[in-house]
Every structure is written in C-alpha cells, then in structure tokens.
Design a protein around this ligand. Structure first.
Ligand code: COA
Length: 192
C-alpha cells in the first residue's frame, strides 16, 4: 500500500493497489475524461468518440488486462473504493513492457497520484525482470511528454499516426528499467 499526504491547499490520501474487474467501468470513465480534457486540444470530437468506442477502450479489453497475470493494472483509490487514477502496463516482445494507459481524474491532477502510480509500476515492472519500458504519447501532449522526460524516458521516435480521419503525431519513449538514474518520482518538490 502506498499513501501520500500532499501538503497543498488540500490533503489527499490514496492507496495504490492492483485493479480488480469491478473497477473496469471506472477505468473506462477515467480514460474518457482524459480524452475529453487533455486530448480535446488536438483530437477532433468525432475522432475522440471513434477511438473511445473502439477495441482499445472496450470494457472487454480492459477486463482482459485486469485479469491477465502477465499485465499490470494499478489503481489509486481513496480508501472508500473511489478510484482516482489508474495505469496499465503490458508485456511486449524482447523482454520489454509498454505503459499503455495512464489517467488521473482531471479534478485531482497535480496532487501526486500519477507519480505514486508510476513509481509503483516501475517497481513492479523491475521485479518481472523486464529490461525497459516503452510508452507512446501524442506529440502535442506536452504535460504527458514532460512527465515521461522527467522520469528519464528517452525519445526514440516521432512519427505520424491516424486517429479516425485525422493525422496526429506520436512520440515514442523508452526507459531503461535498470539504469541507475531512472527516476521513480517525477514531482518537482522532491527534486534534489
Ligand atoms: C499525466 C498524468 C497521468 C499525471 O498525473 P498527475 O496525478 O497529475 O501527476 P502528478 O501530480 O504526480 O505530477 C507529477 C509531475 O508531472 C508534472 N505535471 C503534471 N501535471 C502537469 C501540468 N498540468 N503542467 C505541468 N506539469 C505537470 C509536474 O512536474 C508534476 O510535479 P509537480 O506537481 O510537483 O510540479 C495526468 O496529467 C493525466 O491524467 N493526463 C491525461 C492523460 C495523459 O496525458 N496521460 C499520459 C500520456 S499517455
């Protein structure tokens, strides 16, 4: 269990735990909220709707990942069962893993939930012996990109991709999980 008390205008307490099938509708809700806030700046509404209705965000696919022992699905809950954020990590070839979803409730962002989830995911991914973690993020998602860059991810490629009928940029990053300076905490208040 991870718990953090953020000393800002509000205090937040949450636990990081493995996701369960009962969380799946909430995971979808958090994904939709992320697409409808952050991604609304660069993905058109009809294309957001198309993607959110597709296989990647289907309840069946989310449930498959939550139940898959080879994948990791972590949630932050506030102790009452309310899930404030989640991430998924899936195995990919060549002894690597991919961070495939990472979303925090828009009303609770910037309070350390993302960092706590990410730190737990790094720890657990290392214990599986995976050598590196990949992530792809929309090139225009500057908050997402800076989060990964602070964590030590290296940009490996910038390439176009298609969402619905529009072209967007995709930034691919990779983090060597066993590099000594890989950071599990991306909060600036904890910077040396
Ligand atoms: C990326 C995301 C998961 C981060 O979650 P979070 O709970 O807000 O992250 P934290 O509070 O732990 O923030 C960690 C650090 O990230 C950076 N950061 C987070 N949000 C930021 C923002 N809006 N502007 C600038 N920097 C930001 C900061 O350095 C922050 O540390 P600080 O608050 O001490 O300065 C969240 O912004 C989110 O859900 N975004 C939409 C979906 C997305 O972009 N996912 C990632 C790409 S797949």
């Amino acid at each position: 269990m991870a718990e953090q008390d953020h000393s800002g205008t509000q205090s937040f307490h949450w636990n990081i735990r493995q996701s369960a099938a009962v969380d799946v509708p909430r995971l979808k809700e958090l994904g939709v909220a992320g697409w409808e806030t952050t991604y609304a700046e660069f993905v058109r509404p009809e294309n957001r709707a198309l993607y959110l209705d597709g296989a990647f965000w289907s309840l069946a696919q989310l449930e498959r990942i939550v139940r898959d022992p080879a994948s990791l699905a972590l949630v932050a809950d506030d102790g009452t069962g309310l899930v404030s954020g989640f991430l998924t990590v899936e195995p990919i070839p060549d002894n690597r893993v991919e961070l495939t979803r990472f979303y925090v409730d828009p009303t609770l962002r910037r309070s350390g939930i993302g960092s706590a989830l990410f730190s737990a995911a790094l720890d657990q991914s290392r214990t599986t012996g995976a050598r590196s973690m990949l992530v792809n993020v929309f090139a225009d998602n500057l908050v997402g990109r800076s989060f990964y860059e602070r964590a030590g991810f290296q940009l490996t490629s910038l390439e176009p991709t298609i969402v619905g009928d529009q072209a967007v940029g995709d930034a691919w990053y990779e983090l060597d999980l066993h590099r000594r300076d890989a950071r599990s905490d991306t909060r600036s208040d904890l910077e040396p």
